[in-house]
Design a protein around this ligand. Sequence first.
Ligand code: CDP
Ligand code: CDP
Length: 220
Amino acid sequence: MIIVIDGPAGSGKSSTARAVADKLDIQYLDSGALYRTLTLMYLESGKDKTKFFELLNRKSISFFYEEGTFHVSVGKRDITEQIRTVEVNNHVSTVAALPKSRQFVNNLMHQAVQKETWIAEGRDLGTAVFPDAELKFFMVADTDVRAERRHRELKAQGADVTLDEVKRNIIERDQKDSRRKKDPLKKAPDAVEVDTSEMTFEQQVDFICSRITNKFETQT
Ligand code: CDP
Ligand code: CDP
């Protein structure tokens, strides 16, 4: 079974999906982390697209989720932390808009979710990657709320970044993600919209868990 959560940056997709995966003991897939991985490789190839695609063909990307963290490696090198920098934030929507990047990440995801039950989150999972997912959610929240959440997180990690910079990055990424030609950020017609602006974290986790549990019950 595949459950997907799509939505803009900071709406709560990844922390909610991780909590749901822990509660229901299912697998978790962070598609944004895979685009971030490609972005790190793009930056390390000197922003040269030819070198970047060559590197993609040569290196193997692996990932797993454990105790709240989605770990990613390129070859034997663990890049879990490096993919969360401001520099990666600033380039990820550009790399994610390249059709070859999307095809690469989609293949990786399809190979991974063949067995077991997964909760996956991103931008286009309910529309383009897993259109037949059993359950789809689209998470949203006001821009100011999302910027404050992300700013708090970055400050807690020790990043030197202002609320204004975070808000600008979020707005810019939302626009790029929604306007790109290939698989833009969009609510699937059959997705349940969850506005988390005024919800507590526990409320949104409980809401999604109960929908999944109901679905399991009706299928068995
Ligand atoms: O956590 P946050 O919402 O800031 O971003 P993310 O989920 O790590 O995704 C980073 C970027 O990857 C997004 O801004 C999109 O440009 C891209 N992305 C995408 O295009 N399609 C997906 N399914 C997931 C992420
Ligand atoms: O994955 P996405 O970019 O959509 O969001 P996230 O990485 O899960 O970040 C959302 C942040 O807001 C996390 O630090 C959450 O703990 C926090 N938060 C939330 O998701 N929902 C609330 N109702 C309140 C706070």
